[in-house]
Design a protein around this ligand. Sequence first.
Ligand SMILES: [Fe+2]
Ligand SMILES: [Fe+2]
Length: 474
Amino acid sequence: MINYTEKIPNNVDLGRDRVLQRALEHWQPAFLGWWFDMGPTESRSYDVYLRTAVSVEPDGWAQFGYVKMPEYRWGIFLQPRDEQRQVNFGTHKGQPAWQEVPGEYRSILRRIIVTQGDTEPASVEQQKMLGLSCPSLYDLRNIFQVNVEEGRHLWAMVYLLHRYFGRDGREEAEALLERRSGDTDNPRILGAFNEPTPDWLAFYMFTFFTDRDGKFQLCALAESGFDPLARTCRFMLTEEAHHMFVGETGVTRIIQRTCEVMKESKVDDPLDVRALGVIDLQTIQKYLNFHYSVTLDLYGSDVSSNAANYFTSGLKGRFEETKLSDDHQLAEAAYPVSEVVGDKIITKQVPALTALNERLRDDYIREIESGISRWQRVIDKVGIPLRLTLPHKGFHRAIGNFAGHFISPDGEVLTKEAWKNHESEWLPSPKDHAFVQSLMSGRVTEPGKFANWIAPPARGINNQPLNFEYVRFN
Ligand SMILES: [Fe+2]
Ligand SMILES: [Fe+2]
């Protein structure tokens, strides 16, 4: 169980390490200052029906109740230690998992933790304003749940920095509260986390696509030979699952509502669909294209010596590393990557060790594909002849082999001009954004009511009815 009698709830016996405890208690007010500044707007006094982790065991770790978000019990929860655990890949394979940072890997490990940690507050910043245009109390509660858990993920990474990296760890922990999403002078580290999340369609797309990148990164780090990182990430994954649920069901409900209206009113022209106050499927496709392509960049370069290093040194594994049946060292293996040669996209084999980013990206794409087919089923069910498609991997990319090229959603290599001529058919234009935002000009706060552009969910949170008062505004 988690000890809630302490100022910082934890299951790492924080009370026995006074120096660490004091350092974290010093960081805590800075974190709260950041939350007041950059957390959800105007939410300070709301009572929100949130789940809080009470145990790290798979069963019953969550407890539901009304909480004011600044009083949420952010804490430090690691999956229990397995004494037998080993480093499961790379050159140290078979050695006992590290309980302290190996000196030679100190700086790359710190970099990995900081890069992961930076995404957590970034998404809270990106979503800051959305509470003001929520489509229901149910959805408002869900975004707040995501926000407090991203805050906790920040705590999880900051614990590692404070506990294992001394002074430079403490400095990095402070810098995590200083960078700001989208800031020109001091932005967040990764591109997708500096993009605005201007409306609820973008929010659901973000939690479907980008939180799922989070899942895959956490899965790779959960394999780490550095045991405290692995155990931290394992627990974070239980929270991540809810974020992806919010995204997937959010988009499903928008599609469902649009399809209902199209069917009822017998319209299919996007302008007619829009006139009925719902989001046309073409715009949904454009948002999908945007969030997918921007998220693919988060996996980094297709061929990467850093990725090879992380793996060889036992710090970052592959997705489900221990379930894979190979040598876990990739001495001889090859892996296909794509590149643009002239006006063609070709595939070539490269040493698998250097293609680990690409491999993780491919694992991610497989999971995305099945999500898209679940969205498609909603459309098929009402008999609307429209297919949602995933654009080609090279579409709208800024990092890796496709960066600097102009690839159509079908995978055609275009000139810049030709691409620009079609851009507004493929990606949301300022007009599309303005339209979506016009539907979301105010918030829906009556229990059980939903905005016109989204269907109610199949069921409430924690078996509560849909008209439950998920947020009390006081
Ligand atoms: Fe997170
Ligand atoms: Fe998340």
